[in-house]
Design a protein around this ligand. Structure first.
Ligand code: SAH
Ligand code: SF4
Ligand code: F3S
Length: 472
């Protein structure tokens, strides 16, 4: 593994040599989830070392890089729209076009690119991200089209350069892939099976981040609370003894909680079926672990949940929420919901509304079911007509918004711990930060407070943010 990374570091040097004195620029577009954003930070880290400068304007770029997502259909429309735009640029000058990420693991997509967008230079998948320096070198020197995609689970690579988007909050991927095969979801097909990073590497990375001054860490994975499980069940052949004391997600949380300098720990996404007692206890005991937990519901109907292959019922989900609320003081919850899964009846949908009403989520990420080629959901015959899906989505959205409004009122008059993130985008005289529950707070204060935890007394609320004053 080390050898592989060293080889890539050599390619980084080679590309840097070619680019000497050229001031090459790149534009990157990242779609999808935080895992993809973290992958993009690695791509940017490599490009930085290769002497490329990041710019926002695609029209001035020497390299156009796309890190794609395919979890829902709209991402595809976005990519193909951009590729159409790039054809015009490619006709006038020499721009390298590279596309990576989840969508490139789908054969019908790479076929379409080959047929309809033959001017794309490099396509790479989720298991070959670390080869990007080599792929770019080959393109620059040989002017050949590169297709660097493998279908087997990629290794867990350590030691790639990284250029992070923020100096306050950092994401740390703890595992790749997913073993769950929810019947609507494409992720297991494009990201492969679960592979966990060695806890020693994760802890070393977080310690390094603390030294650099980062205050907030988000641990990432498709299913974080099954961290190290496939290693323990022998699905992946590794010697878990070498991993030391940490052999579960709960223990990992406890270890990271000990790291000086880090003030907040978040994680996404856990799966309700794996929310074991030890994880609940670790959240309760670890003072730095935020008490906002993302607990994807997907549907409130037991019947739909079964068809989705989620492995829990409506009642089991509600029981888990009750148990967590009892054990974790100040717990808040956010969730993901899909409307219009095949076979969803009016009654099923009302079950979803019912769970939303009963739990009172802090935030709900709502999605209209999107058919994904190759998933069991796509083959189901009882697909829901578009207009019904949209009507249900609007009804859910109205309920969620009314709940958020109500929930916001609870904050007014309270004092909140806020991590100050910077100047407010809309009003440069104000600062912005977030509460433990990830609510945006806007307030007046000096720039010196950026990257500090302070207390804010909330005096008013708007739909998407709270306002307050510094509490002395
Ligand atoms: N591993 C994470 C989520 C990954 S995808 C988890 O299990 O929670 C993020 C969200 O996208 C999912 O939670 C789901 O709500 C939504 N999603 C996934 N596939 C979808 C599809 N085919 N149509 C609509 N939404 C989908
Ligand atoms: Fe997709 Fe389900 Fe895996 Fe999440 S747990 S990535 S929704 S298959
Ligand atoms: Fe999308 Fe891939 Fe994430 S499909 S949601 S970018 S894992």
């Amino acid at each position: 593994m080390k050898q592989e990374i060293e080889k890539q570091l050599q390619y980084i040097e080679k590309v840097k040599e070619i680019n000497k004195g050229n001031k090459l620029k790149y534009n990157i577009l990242t779609m999808g989830c935080q895992l993809n954003e973290n992958d993009s930070e690695k791509l940017c880290g490599m490009l930085d070392k290769m002497g490329y400068e990041a710019i926002d304007n695609l029209n001035e770029a020497d390299l156009a890089l796309f890190n794609t997502c395919c979890v829902r259909e709209n991402a595809e429309d976005k990519l193909f729209g951009k590729l159409g735009e790039l054809k015009r640029i490619k006709n006038t000058r020499n721009i390298v076009i590279a596309i990576g990420g989840c969508m490139m693991q789908e054969e019908h997509i790479t076929e379409k690119i080959k047929q309809s967008y033959p001017y794309v230079d490099i396509i790479f998948g989720t298991h070959t991200l670390q080869n990007f320096p080599k792929d770019l070198y080959e393109t620059l020197t040989k002017r050949e089209k590169i297709k660097d995609i493998i279908d087997i689970d990629g290794e867990v690579y350590e030691g790639l350069p990284i250029k992070r988007d923020s100096q306050i909050k950092a994401s740390v991927t703890i595992m790749n892939g997913c073993n769950n095969f929810c019947s609507y979801c494409i992720v297991p097909y494009v990201r492969g099976r679960e592979r966990s990073r060695n806890p020693k590497d994760i802890i070393a990375e977080v310690k390094g981040l603390a030294k650099e001054g980062y205050k907030e860490i988000t641990l990432l994975g498709q299913n974080v609370n099954s961290y190290l499980r496939s290693e323990k069940t022998g699905v992946r052949k590794v010697n878990i003894e070498e991993y030391g004391e940490v052999d579960s997600f709960a223990k990992l949380l406890r270890e990271i909680n000990k790291i000086n300098g880090i003030e907040r720990i978040r994680f996404v996404s856990p799966h309700p079926k794996d929310f074991t007692e030890d994880v609940i206890e670790a959240i309760r005991d670890c003072n730095k672990v935020c008490k906002l937990i993302h607990l994807p519901l997907q549907s409130g109907s037991t019947q739909v949940l079964k068809a989705m292959n989620r492995k829990y019922t409506k009642d089991q989900y509600l029981e888990l929420v009750d148990k967590m609320k009892k054990q974790i003081p100040n717990l808040t919850l956010s969730t993901d919901i899909i409307v219009g899964f095949p076979g969803e009846t009016e009654e099923d949908f009302e079950d979803t509304l019912d769970v939303v009403k009963r739990v009172g989520f802090e935030q709900v990420y709502m999605f209209i079911y999107s058919r994904r080629v190759g998933t069991p959901g796509d083959k189901m015959e009882n697909q829901i007509p578009e207009d019904i899906k949209h009507k249900r989505f609007d009804r859910l959205k109205a309920l969620v918004e009314s709940q958020i409004q109500q929930n916001n009122e609870k904050y007014v008059g309270t004092v909140q711990e806020v991590l100050v993130e910077g100047l407010s985008k809309n009003n440069k005289n104000m600062l912005t930060g977030r509460t433990d529950s990830n609510k945006v707070v806007i307030f007046e204060g000096s720039k010196d407070l950026i990257n500090k935890m302070i207390k804010i007394k909330i005096d008013s609320e708007c739909m998407w943010y709270l306002k307050g004053i510094i509490e002395n």
